[in-house]
Design a protein around this ligand. Sequence first.
Ligand code: PLP
Length: 379
Amino acid sequence: MMKRIYADYAASTPLCEPAIQAIGQAISYYGNPSEAHAEGRNARSLLHTAKQQVADAIGAKPDEIYFTSGGTEADNWALRGIAESRKKKGKHIITSSIEHHAVLNTAVSLEKMGYQVTYLPVNRCGQVNPDDVRTALRSDTILISVMTANNEVGTIQPIEEIGEIAYQAGVPFHTDAVQAIGHIPIRVHQLPVDLLSISAHKFGGPKGIGALYIQKETASIAPLLFGGAQEAGHRAGTENILGITAMGAAVQWAIQNIASTDQLQRMTRYLTDGILEIPGATLTGHPDHRIPGTASFLFQGVEGASLVALLDREGLAASSRAACSRHTLGASHVLRAMGYQELQAIGALRLSLGWGNTMADIPIIVHAVKEAVHELRAP
Ligand code: PLP
């Protein structure tokens, strides 16, 4: 390959142009947004604008958006905050076995504190069955948390149905929408969703900034961080004005560009058809209910990490699984939960396309993967 091709948008994205411009402007707004002077007020006005932009992007009200240090903090806060504030009501939480580790490891930490967690199974396509949610409900269930779209295989969950079950049972519903915002339309007030996690670096914003949407009527949620009275007393810490401003600009841009997901879908289909020509290749995840740019594959007899390393040498940035799982050896928990054997589940290659890719990239990517698989299979 002559030039490098980036096909790892599900791990992180480049900054989009509006985010770069927003950072450039925000650099001179150095005041502390909690202060009463003009410098503070100026910084505060950026904060308010960004809150409005994020709220508009998901159909929420600005005072339902709380900025966090990213998707991980938003997930931790949703689980720990509800667990703490509802502990007198019960100590049972329902989640799925294919969540991001920001949810799974928080659930494990809560188990160590005496909470009980039901990890719902998924089918071969990586989808939770809403009937399983209904069956798992108990009188002491205090939270249901099921992600909107999976980061490894791209499968979209039936969150309307799951949210409806939660609503009928009077149990708050949290969804990790980190992989969904900016990729599929989400209007929180049309969904039975109480809490929703967002991360800016998945849609053209910077890393280290995200938000938790908390529906206004949701029973109070305990804070995760203690300190000052920022974010209406719910999330302490001087606000990351640069990140927040860039996140607001990026989400507005991403939502406007959702219209171009048709093109992304066409590119992903073209890519998938090409990759599936490789003997022993399988597409994982749901064939239709999936994030437009993400496609994950297994190749018989090939180890995913070696494939990614070889492709990187050839100029293609791809991933074998979630970026944060890369440091944990072993098969993907997502593929294992989907019923793949340990040996199969170490062979994953995730290709995730974005706005920087063109149709011309696809034959180059397909060719590189074909060659690399061939080389790794050679005796
Ligand atoms: N949830 C999902 C589904 C993700 O894909 C990620 C990041 O990969 C996170 C949470 C964590 O977000 P952040 O990197 O902003 O902490």
